[in-house]
Design a protein around this ligand. Structure first.
Ligand SMILES: Cc1cc2nc3c(=O)[nH]c(=O)nc-3n(C[C@H](O)[C@H](O)[C@H](O)COP(=O)(O)OP(=O)(O)OC[C@H]3O[C@@H](n4cnc5c(N)ncnc54)[C@H](O)[C@@H]3O)c2cc1C
Length: 433
């Protein structure tokens, strides 16, 4: 990219005009770029796949893309730890791990994200006793504003700040990940009425390794997904190519994309469209490598906001959203995604010391999500919601300080790593103060 070209994120919700876009190939090159930017008084940000919906990666200064730093550098088969360069994408990492007989314990819905980008925003999947991807981090190599290269291991005082760092502490150049033996998942997806899902929630979360559901707004239809590890010796039984084409490409992407184009022009058709989509995705079961089950193609572009709430809040949150839809404010074509994680000890993780439910609202990228997301955020914040750092929100540091017990400790580490705020941008100014 040449100087002052326009940079946009995947969802087209953010635009920036960086003065320089650089693709460093080594930690040493990152160090010298940070030093050059400082000498010119320009801010520095790194971005991965631009898959955040918020302007968390945006800058008009130096934008670094670590796509040439995308290698698996070392592995220890006894401890099952791998050292990777921070720009490696999950799509590159997962097959390499499989070839080593390893896997990450849990993943989100998609895999284009870089390792550094995914951990920095607290990217997560679902699993009542499991955690976000950052919980697998056991080491981080960080380039600070002074150009120092800091090796942060589990004993380092910055460890709990560096795993989910919002890009605020410096440029991450390497990450050590604790993996586990590769495993197969049996996936079971089926429609279920929303009231039944709510009634059976404790059992569905408890009895499945990874439970989530999608609720189709303006209807009582839901699609539940249960993914469970299989016994040793179970054979792979992947989705057939035909079923993949119909369910994942045609219904979830192709036809869904067309319906959204129609819905964007004729909002009154949306409830009927949701009824059709909710019924069209029928039950299916398959067994595959874990990352093949976690990840699905997402070709219909959208905007998203997602908050984590205490699990007990979920029925109230759903009722709040239902009341908003019933009041006829707006029609929404995208299903609402509900996931779960167990509590962790990472200071700025949405899962910090809390068993969560996550509720994610989506909007087709050609429609204005402002009113819907604002109404949803009011409901989420009324239930102690913590926003996903990479998904749209308008909360600020004064709200977040009350949601995160270690907020001030994180800011203190930020002051040590970047007192002059070389790595800040307007989004970080808002959420961190
Ligand atoms: C279609 C889609 C599906 C998604 N599904 C999920 C999901 O299932 N679960 C979930 O939790 N989230 C999900 N997300 C959100 C996404 O995982 C996060 O926003 C993630 O941060 C994006 O990773 P990225 O590599 O694109 O990072 P970017 O968006 O490019 O950057 C994110 C942050 O990381 C920082 N960063 C990137 N690289 C570095 C580095 N080397 N050093 C320091 N900081 C760095 C950036 O500065 C920024 O602060 C989804 C997003 C999309 C578009």
């Amino acid at each position: 990219m040449t100087a002052r070209e326009t940079w946009t994120n995947w969802s087209r919700s953010v635009e920036a005009h960086p003065e320089h876009v650089e693709h460093p190939a080594s930690t040493a090159e990152v160090v010298s770029l940070v030093q050059v930017a400082r000498s010119q008084g320009l801010p520095v940000k790194a971005y991965g796949a631009g898959h955040s919906f918020t302007p968390i990666a945006a800058t008009d200064g130096y934008l670094l893309r670590l796509d040439r730093m995308n290698h698996l550098l070392a592995r220890d088969t006894t401890s099952r730890r791998v050292l990777v360069q921070a720009g490696m994408s999950l799509r590159e990492l997962n097959p390499e791990l499989l070839a080593l007989g390893l896997a990450l314990p849990n993943l989100g819905d998609v895999d284009p994200q870089s390792v550094a980008g995914a951990i920095s925003t607290g990217t997560h999947g679902t699993g009542g006793k499991l955690h976000g991807i950052a919980a697998a981090v056991v080491g981080v190599q960080l380039v600070t504003a002074e150009g120092d290269v800091v090796e942060i291991d589990e004993q380092h005082p910055w460890f709990d700040a560096a795993r989910v760092s919002l890009g605020a502490l410096g440029i991450i150049t390497e990450v050590t990940l604790q993996c586990e033996p590769a495993f197969l998942l049996h996936a079971r997806e089926e429609p279920m009425a929303l009231p039944e899902v709510i009634e059976r929630l404790p059992e569905l979360i408890e009895e499945n390794d990874h439970f989530e559901f999608y609720w189709f707004p303006h209807t009582e239809k839901a699609l539940v997904k249960r993914n469970n590890r299989v016994a040793d010796g179970t054979r792979r039984d992947p989705v057939s190519r035909f079923r993949h084409l119909v369910d994942d490409e045609l219904l979830s992407n192709g036809v869904f994309g067309l319906l959204n184009e129609v819905g964007a022009r004729r909002r009154s058709l949306v409830p009927r469209i949701n009824g059709v989509t909710g019924s069209a995705l029928s039950a299916r079961e398959f067994t595959d490598h874990s990352h093949e089950v976690f990840v699905s193609p997402r070709r219909v572009r959208f905007r998203e906001s997602e908050f984590a709430m205490p699990r007990s809040a979920l029925p109230g949150v759903i009722a709040g959203l239902q009341a908003w839809f019933d009041a006829g404010h707006e029609t929404v074509s995208f299903p609402i995604e509900v996931r779960f994680t167990g509590s962790d000890d990472i200071w700025m993780s949405t899962g910090h010391e809390r068993d969560n439910c996550y509720v994610a609202v989506h909007h087709f990228f050609r429609s204005d999500p402002t009113a819907y997301f604002a109404a949803a955020q009011d409901i989420f914040t009324a239930h102690e919601g913590r926003p996903h750092w990479g998904k749209m929100n308008t909360v600020d540091a004064s709200y977040l300080r009350d949601r995160y017990a270690r907020f001030d400790d994180f800011v203190a580490v930020r002051d040590e790593a970047d007192l002059k705020r070389v790595f800040t941008n307007p989004y970080l100014d808002r959420v961190l103060g």
